[in-house]
Design a protein around this ligand. Structure first.
Ligand SMILES: [Zn+2]
Length: 102
């Protein structure tokens, strides 16, 4: 599982969900998804978004634009990094600042 492969996966995931991918690509995608948790997580959130959009009968998911994708990508890359390296611990950025007031 490489990050580059993951990015390719992200690029085609929305087509995959719309069943627009050729069967061959689908299989590749699913094979990658089998071994890649971040991609599964991404797929799940994408699914949720798409389903929510379908509920409201939007022809295209309007919210799933650059901003959302970037946020999802960032989250996935973060989890990738922590899986691979494990050295970098998440900083307690929420708490370190607020508990200091004395
Ligand atoms: Zn992946």
């Amino acid at each position: 599982m490489t990050d580059r492969h993951c990015k390719e996966i992200f690029a085609v995931l929305s087509e995959y969900l719309d069943a627009q991918l050729p069967a061959k690509n689908c299989r590749e995608l699913e094979r990658h998804l089998n071994g890649c948790r971040p991609c599964i997580a991404f797929l799940e959130s994408l699914k949720t978004t798409v389903e929510a959009c379908r509920k409201y009968r939007a022809p295209r998911p309007p919210a799933l634009s650059k901003q959302v994708k970037a946020a999802l990508l960032a989250a996935i890359q973060r989890s990738h990094r922590s899986e691979q390296g494990g050295r970098e611990r998440p900083r307690e950025n929420c708490f370190t600042g607020s508990t200091r007031s004395s």
